[in-house]
Structures are given as C-alpha cells and as structure tokens.
Design a protein around this ligand. Structure first.
Ligand code: ACO
Length: 384
C-alpha cells in the first residue's frame, strides 16, 4: 500500500544537515566569515597559508605555528613522477577537472596509512592534499599547453608558486596579490554541493582521498564551480560590449541561465564577487590587455542589466564566478583552468570539514519517496 507523500525538499533546499564552526554564510546581508573572521579582512590582511591554518585548526596561528605549517606545505609540494606521467597522458585529451580528479585520487598510493582517521593524522593528510593538488593543477595546465613540468619554487608563497608553476614566469607583486586573493576567496564556503559530497563520502569512513575526489567531481558542474569557465565563455560569445544587452535579453527570453549569477544562499550581492570586482577594477590601473578591458566592459554591462531585471525581483545577483574569469585573464590563465584553481584552494575547506565531521561521524543516508509499482509479476524473457 502506498504511504501518503511526504514533503520533499528538492535539492535539500532549506535543510540543515549538520552543525559547523568553520564558516558562516549570511545570504540575506551578503556576508561571509571563516572561523569568525570576515572575508574582507582576511582578503586584505592574511594569506592563503594562514587562512588554511585558520580553517583547519579553528584559530589564527602564532608565528611558530605558521612557520611550521608553511614548512610542511613547502616540503610536500612536489608530485611523484607516476602522477606527472598520468597527467601528461590525460591533459591533451581530457578536461583539466577530469585530470585533477584522477591525479588527486592517485595520492592515496603514497600514503602508507590512508585509513588512519585520528585527528592529527587526518590533518596531516589534508596538508599533503593542499600542498600537492596545486602542483597537480599547475602540471595539468603545463601539459595541456604542451609545455614542460615546472618544479615548485620554495622561495615563493603557496599561491604565487602555483602561478609560477603554471605560467613559467615569476609573478609580479600585483599578480601574487590577485592569485592569493582567489585562493583565499575559494578556500571555503560551508556545506555547498561539493562540500556535502565530500562529507557524504567521508561519512562512510572512506579515506580523505576518496572524499576529496568526490568533491572534485561535484565541483565540475556549471551550476557550481564550473560556472567560472561558463561565464567567461558567455562573455567571449558576446564578443563586443555593445552586444551585451541583446545577448542577455535573448538568453533570458529563451529561459537560459546566465552563468555567474544567482545563488542558493545569497539573495544579494555575493561578498566574494564584490572583492573580485574591486581588484578587477584596480587592474585597469596596471595597463591591462585589450581583451581584459573588453571583458570588463561586458561584465559591467551584464551586471547592471541582470541586477536591474532580476536583483530585487528574484534575488539574483552576481556570484563569485562572474568576475573571476576576467580577473584570471589579467594573470593570463585560460578558461579551463579556472575551476581547477577552485579545487586547489578548496582543499583547505573540504579538509577542514572532514576533520570536523569525523569528530562526530554519522553515515549520511537520506530517504527517497518511492512512486513506482510493487509486487509486479515477473515474466520470463521468452514470454514478453
Ligand atoms: N540566470 C537566470 N535565471 C536564473 C538564474 C540565472 N543565473 N539563477 C536562477 N534563476 C531563476 C530560475 O530560472 C528560477 O526562475 P523561476 O522561479 O521563474 O523558475 C529562479 O531564478 C530560481 O532558480 P532555482 O534554480 O530554483 O534556484 P536555485 O537556488 O536552485 O539555483 C543556482 C541556484 C543553481 C546557482 C542558480 O542560480 C544558477 O543556475 N546560476 C547559474 C550558475 C552559477 O552561476 N552557479 C554558480 C553558483 S556559485 C558556486 O557554486 C561557486
């Protein structure tokens, strides 16, 4: 007999699945805190290494703690030749997110105790992941471009070393600031689709490599992390800034989503998007390329139109992925590498959530309302 249909919260919208002290997203007021510190303060005054420490340990490090943490990250940046070889094989034929998912999964081979879930052991694995996934992402970009692998440079900070390994050029001071900003802003964002996916896998007591690999698969989609690449593709399709309004109007009439706008939690301007936008505007003072100028013009016209049309009516505002593309182009990074950078920095947030979740682990197993038949009579294949 069919039970009465329960209320179903599609997409888990509005459902609390856990309690956490890692980050708070205030979607009504457009605010974000990591462990109580505002994203604006961290973006201006901290760096990715310190933010990672803060997320993992729940407090800002002393100088000694910071130095030890940075030392560990630097010592672990290099990736094994077998991983480099797989990246080299895959990079010319697969999307970078597929390459990174595979290479991150391979890291389990070099851990002689992958199932040790004690807090200190888990933190140690998370530090390894933060250190190595940036190198995996940079190597993917190098091999995609048919260039040779660049070894980490330990005189550089974490994110600027990533940029150096990707481009082969030592970043300017401004480029170092930009890439570190993007690493900080992408490091953590509460229980979104990919973090939830990481926790679902971790809840089965699978290892941290399996859990973070799940997260990479989930982040790839254009409704989530993949929106940064999709938003840049849209700006390129618009081409000329004067086409912006016509393009967007037609897309909306055709019920298409405008990538880089809208958010399940933010019903106002995403504070991370505001920061990316302000640094993008600052880049105008640094003689940017014609391409960047054009992209910025398109982005600003699209932003105005979307806010006028859908801001107050539907709560659809720019999210972090909208201005990210043009800012990455300031650094010369190609579109398919945007989401991999998201992965490299989000390792800190995903790892922190695994550490926290395992303090009080509970298998994730929601329910599904069955609307099919029961007790059908089986007919042998020859009688069908
Ligand atoms: N462009 C046009 N319309 C939109 C957009 C958009 N980007 N986003 C939402 N809408 C509209 C929907 O069509 C829907 O309209 P309707 O009520 O008339 O049918 C309404 O707003 C609500 O949309 P939902 O999809 O129900 O809202 P949800 O909370 O599920 O969506 C999401 C959130 C998936 C992020 C959505 O806004 C979207 O698709 N945005 C584009 C992709 C994107 O930028 N994703 C990145 C998010 S940030 C991140 O993950 C890092």
């Amino acid at each position: 007999m069919m039970s009465s249909k329960p209320t179903i919260n599609y997409g888990l919208e509005g459902i609390y699945v856990d309690e956490s002290s890692i980050s708070k997203v205030d979607g009504q007021n457009g605010k974000l805190w990591y462990r109580g510190y505002s994203i604006e303060d961290l973006a201006e005054r901290s760096n990715f290494e310190e933010v990672s420490y803060l997320l993992i340990y729940g407090k800002l490090p002393t100088q000694k703690e910071y130095d030890e943490f940075v030392k560990k990250l630097k010592e672990r940046r290099e990736i094994e030749p077998e991983i480099r070889n797989i990246i080299k094989k895959m990079a010319p034929v697969a999307h970078p997110m597929d390459v990174i998912r595979t290479a991150t999964s391979m890291l389990v081979m070099y851990d002689n105790d992958p199932n040790n879930r004690a807090t200190e052991a888990t933190i140690d694995k998370v530090i390894t992941l933060i250190a190595k996934v940036s190198t995996i992402a940079a190597a993917t970009g190098r091999f995609r471009a048919k260039k040779s692998y660049i070894h980490p440079d330990n005189s550089l900070g974490h994110s600027e070393n990533f940029l150096y390994m990707l481009t082969g050029k030592k970043p300017t001071k401004f480029e170092s600031k930009l890439i570190d900003l993007m690493f900080i802003l992408h490091a953590e964002h509460s229980t979104n689709a990919s973090t939830f996916s990481v926790l679902v896998t971790a809840s089965t007591l699978a290892d941290v490599y399996a859990a973070t690999t799940s997260g990479i698969g989930t982040l790839k989609g254009p409704l989530h992390g993949g929106a940064d690449e999709a938003a840049l593709s849209m700006m390129n399709a618009i081409g000329n800034p004067d086409n912006t309004e016509k393009y967007i109007e037609e897309a909306l009439e055709g019920k298409q989503r405008i990538m880089g706008f809208g958010h399940r939690v933010y019903k106002t301007y995403d504070p991370r998007a505001k920061l990316v936008r302000s640094y993008l505007e600052e880049s105008l003072t640094k003689e940017p390329s014609d391409e960047v100028r054009r992209l910025l013009q398109i982005a600003l016209r699209a932003e105005k139109l979307m806010i006028d049309k859908l801001g107050s009516t539907k709560g659809i505002w720019p999210n972090i992925d909208f201005f990210a593309g043009p800012l990455y182009r300031v650094m010369g990074i190609e579109g398919q590498m945007f989401t991999p950078i998201f992965v490299a920095s989000r390792m800190a947030g995903w790892g922190s959530h695994i550490v926290e979740y395992w303090h009080n682990n509970k298998l994730v197993r929601p329910l599904e309302y069955y609307s099919g038949s029961v007790d059908l009579k089986y007919t042998p294949i020859e009688a069908r």
